[in-house]
Design a binder for this molecule. Structure first.
Ligand code: ATP
Length: 289
């Protein structure tokens, strides 16, 4: 096998609560993560060391998470990955709270595992991925998951399905590091009732989850367009809307595709990145040649 193509899916957070600072200095999280059909296509093949990305704003040097993933794979397996050519067809907006970088990193780990026939288990890949980025284990796993600790401790939840999503990213990016720094400075942050949310999510009672959930970042990460986007979504019939990750993307949950498309049509007149997509039960889809 010489070439592996992977569809690397974005995620949204149906819950994101920051519980405090862990002994290692990272932030502890309670999250419900959901893969969505919006995806990048990542191709990994044997060839001269090179990275090409369709989005010129994404760095193609050592700062790109795909090289961090390749280095971590090399370190874990002892396999020389110098002669690896990677191509990213980018559709997931960057610095959007949609784990676009982590999805690409997860895709490269899974692709190298196939390309080199290393047969690492899902658990082994997740352990390698956790050192590359906190969302990488979820992107490798996909579907609907409870994510704890820094996001690397995962448990499956009943599928979030039967809804159509609208994702809208205003024309700004949010630095995840700055968002956590804002949490460290914030006073009087309120938190959702985690035990109740876990109980509702474990039953797959999503309407009850919508009533109790939140994204704690919304209390101190300022995104001017968040309220106008949510009001368009509400007027278009959304059951629920919330910011994903550290933002700025806002997602809306709709009962029908027609409502979602009409909402997206209105948002597209004002915002550069608007997508209608579906929840999906996987993080990666792998094709080998
Ligand atoms: P998360 O939800 O995991 O915090 P995000 O959607 O907020 O992720 P990313 O899309 O992962 O953010 O991008 C964050 C930064 O990482 C960008 O500013 C970008 O320069 C850098 N980056 C490195 N590699 C990639 C990649 N393959 N795709 C996108 N961004 C990348």
């Amino acid at each position: 096998m010489n070439k592996v193509t992977v569809r690397a899916h974005a995620k949204i957070n149906l819950l994101l609560d920051i519980t405090g600072t862990l002994p290692n200095g990272y932030h502890g999280l309670h999250m419900i993560m959901q893969s969505v059909s919006l995806c990048d296509t990542v191709t990994v093949e044997r060839g001269a060391h090179a990275l090409e990305c369709s989005d010129p704003a994404v760095p193609t040097d050592a700062r790109n998470i795909v090289w961090k993933a390749a280095n971590a794979f090399e370190k874990a397996t002892g396999i020389d990955c110098t002669d690896t050519r990677i191509t990213i067809d980018k559709r997931i907006p960057s610095a959007a709270g949609l784990a676009g970088g982590s999805a690409d990193g997860a895709a490269v780990l899974a692709a190298l595992n196939r390309l080199h026939g290393t047969d690492l288990s899902a658990g082994q890949l997740c352990r390698i991925g956790a050192a590359v980025g906190a969302d990488v284990p979820f992107c490798l796993t996909g579907g609907t998951c409870l994510a704890l600790n820094i996001g690397d401790v995962l448990a499956p939840l009943p599928a979030f399905e039967g809804y159509t999503l609208v994702l809208a990213k205003p024309d700004c990016g949010v630095s995840t590091a700055e968002a956590y720094a804002a949490f460290d400075q914030a006073i009087g942050v309120s938190h959702p009732h985690f035990t109740q949310l876990l109980f509702d999510a474990a039953k797959g009672d999503w309407p009850r989850v919508f009533r109790g959930t939140c994204n704690t970042f919304e209390q101190f990460v300022e995104v001017v367009d968040r309220v106008p986007i949510k009001s368009v979504m509400r007027r278009s019939g959304s059951l629920f809307s919330m910011m994903s990750g550290s933002g700025p993307t806002v997602f809306g949950v709709f009962r029908t595709r027609a409502e979602a498309e009409s909402c997206a049509g209105e948002l597209q007149t004002q915002y550069p990145h608007v997508f209608v997509c579906d929840p999906v039960p996987y993080g990666l889809q792998i094709e080998t040649k």
